[in-house]
Design a protein around this ligand. Structure first.
Ligand code: B12
Length: 465
């Protein structure tokens, strides 16, 4: 049994876990029976204890993002599986960062660090308890037909490459997938994976390109887009990670031709000092140029910003916000609190500063749109929890984010306390709230991302519709 608990956040119900799909294929190819219970993909199907009881698996393979470690349900399940004598292996991003701590946990019989494509047999036969796998030389396609409720899938994740040559100070991606960018061959096998979607997953209407650095080789990315267009697939594409310094006009025109309306780029901070400590290996000017290029072809830039990175403070954040506000509309801006992951430069920075202790595991910052503004998971001498929360609210209000409507009463209350009434009114009068309620909200409720809201605040929002 391959298991992911998942977290209730804005990505719930969205995408199944590629790593487990790959591991499942590798297990089946070795001649074993396997199934995946991915509760991030399908939160309706929780009830893992019953599943464990019913299926009585010989092996439980758990994948974890660090936040999941804190969930009582995760710990309960691990305890029960262990008590029942079920062998437990753990892998995924959390294992990469915390393997030496997990090694001391007697519940796990194997702690796997690295890519497991085609490696199930190797792991099974290894005498080591902690297994460090080298970056995979063969890329496997995930087999999602082995996942419970797979016919419910609406977004299919595809990858065209692994790894990233950059070493941003906050990112664990290079630890997970290596600092060498590796192309996945865009051969017959690759296109067959997409061709089969229609047959196995009839509800899919979107494909998400989940590469760490989709444009790590621009020609490879363009080849993918050209062939995707030539094959005239009916799925709306969405692309997760592109760098501003790895794009050109031809690439953006191809992106636009697929029907993509907005493209995410990581800026993290618009403050020059904080930006420098992110060590992105590009300049704010390069990012600005890329944004201009996107606008030229009619793509709305989606700017990913982070609050609380090394060197950040309320004053630095204010400069970051000013930088974002200098970019003309239309733009979409996401303001997330920084969560430090072990074995990154930024994590060490805050350990040295005494803000966190080595071994710190970031807890879940609500991640739910209906709870914005949210609390950060740690504070520093320069940026308290309260200041971070206020920085997030101020930023979302100033950049006219309609999501705040989901928590309007709280937002209004904080604005009154901070004497931000004018800012609140400006947001209320100018944010695209109606468009959000009519266009985006229903699909979020359907995916389970706003489950609570559907029961409570949803009623009053429905009245507004
Ligand atoms: C796509 C993606 C998403 C997607 C889809 C995620 C999903 N379905 O689970 C979305 C947008 C929904 C998402 C959400 C989040 N993500 Co995310 N995401 C990624 C991204 C870019 C790629 C993941 C991926 O599919 N990789 C490709 C597959 C092939 O690799 P893999 O999953 O690691 O699996 C391989 C190995 O790790 C191993 N393996 C994995 N599990 C196991 C288990 C066993 C037993 C074994 C033997 C092997 C094994 O074998 C697999 C095959 O080779 C990574 C960045 C990265 N480089 O990993 C971040 C990343 C995984 N995400 C991260 C985070 C923090 C989140 C969120 C918590 C964000 C938030 N809300 O704050 C949520 C959590 C949602 C959840 N999954 O529960 C962090 C995790 C850091 C950490 N230490 O935990 C990463 C590493 C990014 C980062 N910050 O650096 N994410």
């Amino acid at each position: 049994m391959l298991w992911k608990h998942g977290i209730d956040d804005g990505s719930t119900g969205e995408i199944p876990h590629t790593g487990l799909g790959i591991l499942a294929r590798s297990i089946q190819e070795e001649g074993h029976e396997v199934f995946i219970a991915d509760h991030h993909f399908n939160p309706d199907s929780r009830g893992t204890m019953e599943l464990l009881e019913r299926e009585r698996p010989a092996l439980l393979c758990v994948t974890l993002v660090s936040q999941e470690w804190h969930f009582q349900e995760v710990q309960d399940l691990l305890n029960i599986a262990h008590q029942k004598g079920i062998e437990i292996w753990v892998g995924g991003p959390h294992a990469h960062g915390y393997w030496d701590i997990l090694e001391k946990d007697s519940r796990f019989s194997k702690i796997v660090v690295g890519e497991a494509d085609g490696s199930f047999g190797k792991i099974l036969n290894s005498r080591d308890r902690v297994i460090h796998l080298p970056p995979a030389t063969v890329f496997q396609a995930p087999d999602f037909t082995l996942m419970l409720d797979h016919r419910k899938m609406i977004t299919y994740p595809i990858y065209t490459s692994r790894g990233c040559t950059h070493c941003c100070s906050f990112c664990v991606g290079t630890r997970t997938h290596g600092s060498r960018w590796r192309a996945r061959p865009l051969d017959e096998h690759f296109w067959t994976e997409i061709d089969r979607i229609e047959h196995h997953f009839p509800n899919v209407n979107k494909i998400a390109v989940i590469d760490d650095a989709f444009t790590g080789n621009l020609e490879h990315a363009k080849s993918f887009l050209q062939e995707y267009l030539r094959r005239a697939y009916p799925y709306q594409l969405t692309i997760f990670n592109v760098r501003a310094d790895q794009m050109d006009l031809e690439f953006l025109q191809l992106v636009r031709r697929t029907g993509i309306e907005s493209l995410c780029i990581g800026i993290e901070s618009g403050d020059p000092e904080v930006f420098q400590l992110v060590k992105k290996g590009e300049s704010l000017q390069t990012i600005r140029n890329a944004i201009d290029m996107m606008r030229e072809v009619g793509i709305t830039p989606w700017l990913n910003m982070v609050i609380g990175l090394p060197g950040d403070s309320p004053a630095h954040h204010e400069r970051s916000l000013e930088w974002v506000l200098s970019i003309p509309q239309p733009r979409i801006v996401q303001w997330l609190h920084f969560a430090p992951y072990r074995y990154t430069w930024a994590y060490e920075y805050f350990v040295k500063q005494g803000a966190i202790q080595d071994g710190f595991i970031p807890g879940l910052q609500s991640g739910r749109y209906s709870e914005l503004p949210e609390s950060a998971c740690f504070e520093t001498k320069d940026f308290s929890l309260e200041q971070k929360m206020l920085a997030q609210l101020r930023s979302y209000l100033s950049t006219l984010c309609p999501l705040l409507i989901l928590n309007e009463e709280k937002v209004k209350k904080i604005c009154a306390e901070q004497h931000w009434e004018t800012l609140f009114e400006h947001w209320k009068n100018n944010a695209p709230i109606q468009k959000f309620i009519e266009g985006t909200l229903p699909s979020k409720v359907k995916k389970g991302q706003l489950a609570e809201l559907a029961d409570t605040r949803g009623q009053s929002l429905r009245k507004m519709q």
